[in-house]
Design a protein around this ligand. Structure first.
Ligand code: FBP
Length: 552
């Protein structure tokens, strides 16, 4: 296989570990902290996790280890969407496991959780794993979105674990996958299995964070990749001075990625879904806001600009949110009948016949493309696939129409030529930034220590991330601590609470304090490409979000 010079150089990069993990593994001892409680609904969650609820937080200290020296056979899966750094979680886990004993074995189950159920696996070797060090992607073993949640599936996992003599399973995934890791840990423990389950916090969306997890891995690299591209577009816009660019960025419901890119690039507009919801803004409120910025810039002679749109925006607009909720239920309840309909016209009539008057009004006011996108297949969790809804195009069409009306009312609006972009997949498999390379390697390495110390139902946790890696702290947190009860598909389910953008948080507050200026003046900033080699202040910086949240 031919490789690029950067790829070759990255193979040789040695990720940095927290100081405590730099010790010989035999000199890293576990330290127990406080017993934990879930973030809310304590009684219900305690009852659902009788074997794994209330366990203690743990950290590591330099002292002789009392960890088990039994042979470890660990299985690992990658779950959900790709995020830069996933390979390094696996290489960190592998290195710690092999440092502990050459006889230890790491199996990678292929294609996500389904690999574990179907027993599709590879055994990692030095030669194989070395080709993936510090590289982007999840292609080392692939990923998938199968949900691991039924007792039947857990029984299969138990059988596969017995067959291979697995001692532990590491699940690298987002909030849902880690929720399922906790449920699997509970199931195995309750059924007398010794197999331990450890989670690692992954997702570019940045919505798996709380008072324990400072950031999920992949967010840093994905945001830096999008910010590079947005900065380049800003420079183009400021050079040509003839286009408005509407850029949708990934992130599912949460607007963390959009906000981080705004902090990095200072565009004229950045919509934040959580603010739209809080202020109960309608589609027309948003369109009026954008149109007023376009007109104000036109008055200065600036018929160009950049607007960032979070992909989940549409779900936060009250009237669309209500419509989507109804469509989700309707499509779930009438799946067969709906799928048997041939052509969009028949589907359209069917949907209209089932919606109430208010939802009919909203649905029929949307352009046909968006109507079709709202009727597309749901993801395995029953959610609309927001990455496939072209909100950025919808906004361009609606803003153009509004500007025409404003012109007809005598308002000067200049020229509005708009282009649309969607940045999502471009950032999910980039070479991990030094931050993500180091963070992920540390998470994987640390996961092995949690395993060696006999823990199950824990998330691998590395904190203090706004400092350099040497100062990072390593430990583990019971996953049940992060849970609350939410209503899912008509049932009360224990789930890790998703972190949306906090409007009282420092990143949003900073953005809010600046946005009036950014709207009208041209304040673009150009982050440039991720740097892997060079001065620390260029190569090892974290996101603005993390820095602001940590008071930097
Ligand atoms: P995860 O939540 O699994 O980390 O995936 C994140 C994400 O990239 C979202 O930002 C996006 O909406 C979604 O995946 C796209 O899913 P798919 O890869 O299935 O198209």
């Amino acid at each position: 296989m031919s490789i690029s010079p950067l790829q070759k150089a990255r193979y040789a990069y040695q990720p940095k570990l927290p100081k405590i993990l730099q010790n010989d593994i035999r000199n890293v001892a576990i330290e127990y902290g406080k017993e934990t409680e879930s973030v809310s609904d304590q009684e219900k969650i305690r009852a659902m996790f009788p074997c794994t609820y209330g366990m203690k937080e743990i950290s590591f200290k330099a002292a002789a280890s009392s960890a088990s020296d039994r042979k470890q056979v660990v299985g690992v899966i990658l779950s959900g969407g790709q995020a830069p750094g996933g390979h390094n979680v696996i290489t960190g886990l592998y290195d710690a496991l092999k440092k502990s004993s050459k006889d230890n074995v790491l199996l990678g189950f292929k294609g996500g959780p389904s690999g574990l159920i179907e027993d599709s696996f590879i055994e990692f070797t030095d030669d194989f794993i070395n080709q993936y060090r510090n590289t982007g992607g999840f292609d080392i073993i692939g990923s998938g979105r199968t949900k691991l949640e039924t007792v039947e599936q857990f029984k299969k996992v138990d059988e596969v674990a017995k067959k291979h003599g697995l001692t532990a399973i590491v699940i690298i995934g987002g909030d849902d996958s880690n929720t399922n890791a906790a449920v699997l840990a509970e199931y195995l423990k309750a059924n007398g299995s010794q197999v331990q389950v450890i989670g690692c916090p992954k997702t570019i969306d940045g919505d798996l964070k709380n008072d324990v997890i400072e950031t999920s891995f992949g967010f840093d690299t994905a945001c830096k990749t999008y910010s590079e591209l947005i900065g380049n577009i800003e420079r183009d816009a400021n050079s040509a001075k003839k286009y408005w660019h509407f850029i949708k960025v990934m992130g599912r419901s949460a607007s963390h990625i959009a906000l981080e890119c705004a902090l990095e690039c200072q565009p004229n507009i950045c919509l934040v879904g959580e603010e739209v919801q809080e202020k109960n803004q309608s589609m027309m409120d948003i369109v009026n806001y954008i149109s007023s910025v376009v007109a104000a810039r036109a008055e200065r002679g600036d018929n160009f600009g950049v607007a960032i749109v979070p992909e989940g925006l549409i779900e936060f607009i009250p009237e669309v949110k209500s419509l989507i909720a109804k469509l989700n239920d309707l499509l779930a309840a009438n799946e067969k009948e709906f799928n048997a309909l041939s052509g969009f016209a028949a589907q359209y009539d069917f949907i209209l016949s089932k919606l109430d008057a208010a939802d009919v009004k909203v649905f029929s006011s949307l352009p046909e493309d968006i109507q079709k996108q709202l009727l597309m297949d749901r993801d395995p969790h029953g959610n609309v696939q927001v990455s496939r809804i072209e909100t950025e195009k919808l906004l361009i069409t609606m803003v153009a129409k509004r500007l025409d009306e404003m012109k007809a009312e005598g308002k000067y609006c200049g020229k509005f030529n708009a282009l649309n972009h969607f940045f999502g997949y471009e950032g999910r498999c980039a070479f991990p930034s030094n931050f993500d390379a180091d963070y992920c390697y540390s998470l994987g390495y640390n996961a092995f220590l949690l395993i060696a110390n006999g823990l199950t139902g824990y998330m691998s946790v590395v904190t203090g991330l706004s400092e350099g890696p040497a100062a990072w702290k390593a430990g583990g947190m019971p996953i049940t601590k992060m849970m609350n009860i939410e209503r899912r598909h008509g049932e009360d389910k224990p789930v890790i609470r998703k972190a949306l953008v906090r409007l009282d948080g420092k990143p949003f507050k900073y953005f809010e304090s600046q946005r009036k200026k950014w709207e009208i003046e041209t304040c673009f900033t150009f982050p440039g490409a991720i740097q892997y080699y060079g001065p620390e202040e260029v190569c090892d910086i974290t996101t603005r979000t993390l820095a602001l949240e940590m008071g930097k």
